[in-house]
Design a protein around this ligand. Structure first.
Ligand code: DQQ
Length: 573
């Protein structure tokens, strides 16, 4: 470790329009549906080393993750012909450890009338006897969204290489029942209620009312529309990829999707098409009325809780029965231009799968990368009890900073000098944009500079700032991309959220999974997660550096830092 006691010179990066990134549903580029031959760049500084991504082309939503006969299956929305959205099929890969993957032929592709224009997102349900069933959205010849079923052809094949579509398809249609034919998609994993009937929800909307349409079935083939949604919320727009699952109140373990009863709460997550972000609530599944009711105080709109306050969309969980945990997958899309994607020959990556459970206080979820990812860690570089004076910068040497897993915990001084802030009504993302990493504070900003160039022209800063609100302290966590690239054409939105930690009882910790163009960060042991994209032009491969910094006036100390260069995951195409 080399210590540099000079603060990096940086112009305050005022974020213009400080970044609530709004884009429409998948954009269609008719002239780019097929990738031009020989255009794929050989220089690939942004491909990841240990995140899931196929060799080429466009990917989006995670679909139908599951474990079957000890093998993890992962499907995802894929364009087999180009680096933009289109020609969508369900690509398929399997793994024994959620880290290394083997690809197969797409599991589901357009082949029947009810999916001939596209095989969109959906989920897997494990039926009694262990048989997986996929429910997915098909686009019919009239471009109507309908729900279809698919089953494995050969249950004795743990890799489930072939899938068949039964003649009953489509099993749910929006026709003649008042449902908007272009807002009816993304079935969840079904659950069985105590009456022995399956339930499933489908994302939808009526005008700006987002809703989860509820269906039930005795046999998984004949589905009956229930006369009310499981849940809806005003002014949220189209709900894509809803997810609905139980969480254990006091055990921190995952539960099968059909579990309910005492000590069980439910989570409803929706992905908002209008803003391309997600939120979740925690609440109760009222079995008598067949409705979901968010807890009081659990905000039921876009200003609510998020799995991830950065780039993370169309996420989906599954219950891993082999380890009694619930695992979350999410799609990280690109922040560069479509022209760049076409040059790269690919677009989209999946976040590292995360274990997800209910926090002890019952008010939010906690997430942590699956422990299996740690097997890619090489020998750690470590640092204990190190003073980080106000205005200082410390390089973490001895690691491959472009492909690294780093965990750091901080000891804070007396917090009397923390700046005052009443957080009510404050948008943390805007606050992070206004008070970026180079804006001096009192207690903070302090944290990591990832994917930094030697001269610090480029850096992605992930940091905390501590504020005082009367008797209590408020922690802001930010991921500041404003200086992440010298390139002009990339989105440099800064992200942020308030972190619910008790600084009198807990040390403040940060873990970042840095992988060439991705920085996936977990603050407060997974209470706030922020994933960002960065496209450095200087800080690539061996020219990337990692620093710990303190740009506050108050001294703090690192109680422990461990950083591991990461091996490459094996992804067989
Ligand atoms: N992506 C799928 C849809 C889903 C959207 C199409 C979310 O099923 O609503 O590729 O990203």
């Amino acid at each position: 470790m080399a210590f540099t006691a000079v603060w990096f010179i940086g112009l305050c990066s005022l974020i213009l329009g400080c970044g609530i990134h709004v884009e429409a549903s998948h954009k269609i580029y008719p002239n780019l549906q097929t990738h031009p031959r020989n255009i794929t760049a050989t220089h690939q500084p942004y491909r990841t080393g240990y995140h899931f991504q196929p060799a080429k082309h466009w990917i989006n939503d995670p679909n139908g993750p599951m474990i079957y006969k000890g093998i993890y299956h992962f499907f995802y929305q894929y364009n087999p012909h180009g680096a933009v959205w289109g020609n969508i099929v369900w690509a398929h890969a399997t793994s024994t450890d959620l880290v290394n993957w083997v690809h197969y032929e797409p599991a589901i592709k357009p082949s029947i009338e009810s999916d001939i224009k596209g095989c969109w997102s959906g989920s897997t349900t494990i039926l009694p006897g262990g048989k997986p069933a996929i429910l997915y959205t098909g686009i019919d010849p009239k471009k109507r969204q309908v729900q279809n079923l698919a089953f494995p052809k050969d249950l004795s094949d743990p890799y489930l290489r072939e899938w068949i579509k039964p003649p009953q398809n489509p099993v749910m249609t929006p026709i003649d029942n008042g449902i908007n034919v272009s807002s009816f998609r993304d079935p969840t994993t079904a659950w069985m209620a105590p009456d022995g009937q399956w339930r499933v929800i489908i994302g939808s909307k009526i005008d700006r009312l987002g809703k989860a349409i509820l269906y039930k079935s005795k046999d998984f083939f004949k589905w009956e529309l229930v006369d009310h949604p499981l849940h809806s919320s005003k002014n949220t727009g189209m709900w894509e990829c809803p997810d609905f699952f139980p969480v254990s109140v006091n055990k921190g373990v995952g539960l099968d999707t059909s579990v309910n009863g005492p000590n069980v709460k439910h989570v409803m997550k929706v992905s908002l098409d209008d803003k391309k972000d997600e939120y979740y609530t925690i609440g109760t599944y009222n079995l008598e009325k067949d409705i979901y009711v968010p807890d009081e105080g659990s905000i039921d709109d876009d200003s609510g809780l998020r799995y991830d306050y950065g780039k993370f969309y169309a996420s989906k969980t599954f219950f891993d029965s082999s380890k009694n945990r619930r695992i979350l997958w999410g799609w990280i899309n690109e922040s560069d231009s479509v022209t760049d994607d076409v040059k790269k020959g690919w677009s989209g990556v999946q976040a590292i799968p995360r274990n997800i459970w209910l926090d002890k206080a019952g008010k939010q979820l906690v997430q942590w990368p699956v422990t299996e990812i740690e097997k890619l860690r090489k020998t750690p570089v470590e640092l204990q009890s190190t003073q980080l004076n106000g205005g200082s910068l410390l390089e973490v040497t001895g690691v491959t900073a472009s492909q690294v897993d780093v965990e750091v915990s901080f000891n804070l001084p007396t917090l009397e000098k923390a700046e005052n802030l009443n957080p009510s009504g404050v948008n943390p993302q805007i606050l992070c944009s206004q008070k970026g990493a180079s804006v001096k504070g009192s207690v903070g900003p302090f944290g990591l500079l990832a994917l930094a160039s030697k001269g610090l022209e480029e850096q992605t800063a992930i940091f905390f700032r501590v504020f005082k609100d009367k008797e209590r302290f408020v922690v802001l966590m930010c991921s500041d991309q404003s200086r992440s690239s010298e390139g002009p054409e990339v989105d440099k939105t800064t992200y942020g959220a308030f972190l619910d930690v008790n600084l009198h009882q807990e040390t403040l910790s940060l873990r970042s999974l840095i992988d060439h163009s991705i920085v996936e960060s977990f603050g407060g042991k997974g209470k706030v997660c922020i994933t960002s994209r960065a496209y450095p032009e200087l800080a690539i491969f061996k020219k990337a550096h990692l620093y710990v910094f303190n740009n506050g006036t108050e001294n703090i100390s690192i109680s422990k830092l461990s950083a591991w260069s990461m091996e490459k995951a094996k992804i067989v195409q």
